[in-house]
Ligand binder design. Sequence first.
Ligand SMILES: Cc1cc2nc3c(=O)[nH]c(=O)nc-3n(C[C@H](O)[C@H](O)[C@H](O)COP(=O)(O)OP(=O)(O)OC[C@H]3O[C@@H](n4cnc5c(N)ncnc54)[C@H](O)[C@@H]3O)c2cc1C
Length: 408
Amino acid sequence: MAAWWRCGVFSASQKRGDYLDMNRQADGKRVAVVGGGVIGCLTALYLHKLGAKPVILEKGNTGRESSWAGAGILCPIHPWLYPDSFTHLIDASLAMFPAMNAMLEEQSGLKTEWLSSGMLIPMFADDRIHHREQALAWSKRFGWKVEELDTKQTCEHEPTMSDQLNGSLLWPEVGQVRNPRLLAAVKQALENCGVQIREQAEVIGVGKNGQGDVSSVTLANGESIEVDAVLLAAGSWSGELARQIGLDLPVEPVKGQIVLLRDEPGKVKHIIKHDDVYLVPRADGHILVGASMERVGFRPGTTESVVNNLLEATWRITPGLKGAAIVEQWMGFRPGSPDGMPYLGPVEGHPGLWVATGHYRNGVALAPGTADIMSRWIMGETPAIDLTDFRVDRPVLNLSKVGFPAAA
Ligand SMILES: Cc1cc2nc3c(=O)[nH]c(=O)nc-3n(C[C@H](O)[C@H](O)[C@H](O)COP(=O)(O)OP(=O)(O)OC[C@H]3O[C@@H](n4cnc5c(N)ncnc54)[C@H](O)[C@@H]3O)c2cc1C
C-alpha cells in the first residue's frame, strides 16, 4: 500500500505514529459533535486527545446506525473510479489504522477484530463491468500490492468459488474490521477518557452570538448548550439538519441490505467482490453478504427480493456456500453524497460550524483520517493536504459511477 506520508498531510511527530500519546496543553475548546456514529465518536476522541472538551450529542444510541450496519471493508469498492484526491485521503486514513486500532484496544480493553484478509475480484466473461485494466493501472500508480491469479489459482485460494471464471485479481493487504466491535471499542475508550456522551439528545438548531460566531446548539427538548464550535457528523440525517440551520448539503440516505451467513471458519478466506454482491468472511465463520444500493429515503426494513438477489449472486460466484446457514439480515442508511465524496471542513459564512459527513460507502475506511484531519483543523491547524474536492461548498463532481444510484 502507498506510503501515507507521501500525501504530506501530517506533521513529523505523526509520521512516527506517536501523536496519539502526545501530552497536549489542554485548550478546553467546547465542541458539540452532532452524531454518534464512527465519524462523530472517533473525531470526539481525537479532539479530547488534543485538549478540547467535546460533547457527543446523539439523537438515538451511539454507534447504531450506518456505522453498526456496514461491512467494514477497508478499501473502496472500486477505488479507480474516484479522483486521485480520494485515493490520497483513503491512503492516509488506512495508514492510520494500526495506530488507531492499538490505541482503541489499549484504552477500551476491547478487540475490534481488525484483520488483513485480502480482497479478491473474480472475473467472469459476462461481467457487467470489466475492471482489470483500470484496476491494475490504479494499483500500480498508487503502490497497492495486487496479484493476477488464473482460474486454478483462484479456486485454490477460494475453494467455494465457481470454476467458470477467467481468473481474478487479489489485493492481499486489504483489511476489514467488525463494525459493532469497532464502535463498542470507540465508545468504551470515550467513556474511559471521560468524554461526555449524551444519547437521546437530538440537535435541532445552532445558535450564534452577536459577532455571528456559532455559540450554542439547541436540543429537541428545548435545552440550549453553550459551545465554541459545532461539528455536523449526523450521517444520513446531515442533509436534513443542515437545511434546518440554513445550509444546502446534498447528503441523502442510500439504503444497504446485508444477509449474514454462517459456515465453517476459514471456508471463505478473502473479501470477495463481484458485480452485484460482496462477501466478507469474519474469523468465526460468519460471512456478511452485501449490499444493496437503494435510493428509497429512510424506508426501513429488509425485503425478500433484495435478500434473494444477494443470495442468488452469492450462489452463482461461490456455489460451495450453498450449504451455509442463513443467520440474519439487516439494513443501514449510508450517508450518500451525489458524487460519492465526503464533505469535510468549515462552513463558509458560519464561523465555528464544521462538517464531516457524506462518507457514503467508505466511512469506516475513512474514519481515522477524517477524525485526525477534523480534530486538528477545529483546533486551529491547517491541513497540509489539498481538501478542495471535499469542501462543503464544492460543486458536485462529475462522478456518476460512484455517486447516488437512480431513485426507486
Ligand atoms: C450496508 C452498508 C455497508 C457498508 N459497508 C462499508 C464498508 O465495507 N466499508 C466502509 O468503509 N464503509 C461502509 N459503509 C459505510 C459506512 O458504514 C458509513 O459511511 C459510516 O458508518 C458513516 O458514519 P457516520 O458516523 O457518518 O454515520 P452514522 O453511523 O449513520 O451516524 C450518524 C449518527 O448521527 C445521529 N444523528 C442524526 N441526526 C442527528 C441529530 N439531529 N442530532 C443528534 N444526532 C443525530 C444518528 O442517530 C446516527 O447515530 C457501509 C454502510 C452500509 C449501510
